[in-house]
Design a protein around this ligand. Structure first.
Ligand SMILES: [Zn+2]
Length: 155
């Protein structure tokens, strides 16, 4: 084991996490604690804040509420274990800490709101359902459609 000093970083309390978003596939196992995300996100966050010191490893004290990491051996190659982060309100998982980081950062900087979030999973959440223009990329308008459906189902 490395003797690099480790420091715990407390996250801000706000979150958009949805604890009803959990894997349906029984092959998934909960990864507790989710060290991969705690360390990568903790370190990136400290770097973003310009507070990271060389040689120090930073761990988040926890993931934002509602988020949970699961892992599953890949069917085509059991030696590869995919780690997926569940809990996004769009019910799509993040497949790496690098993809989650922009979302995490947005939550930390906006009291847990994902409005305006630039991450790949939020995609179109910055637009209201009526604001899809013809210039919107396909993936973008697809995300908006799924959100619209969600809103419609709340009636
Ligand atoms: Zn996001």
């Amino acid at each position: 084991m490395s003797s690099a000093p480790t420091l715990t970083v407390s996250i801000n309390p706000g979150s958009d996490g949805d604890s009803s978003h959990r894997p349906q596939n029984a092959a998934y196992r909960a990864k507790i604690p989710p060290n991969l995300y705690l360390e990568k996100i903790g370190t990136q966050w400290m770097q973003w804040r310009d507070e990271a010191k060389p040689g120090v490893r930073y761990y988040l004290d926890r993931l934002p509420d509602g988020y949970m990491l699961f892992e599953k051996p890949r069917p085509s190659n059991e030696k590869v274990v995919d780690k997926h982060l569940f809990g996004h309100p769009n019910h799509k998982h993040f497949d790496s800490p690098n993809r989650f980081f922009p979302h995490f950062l947005h939550l930390m900087n906006s009291n847990g709101s994902n409005i305006g979030c630039p991450c790949t999973v939020c995609g179109g959440t910055t637009l209201g359902p009526g604001l899809v223009s013809s210039g919107v990329p396909k993936a973008h308008s697809k995300a908006v459609t799924s959100i619209k459906r969600k809103w419609d189902s709340l009636d």
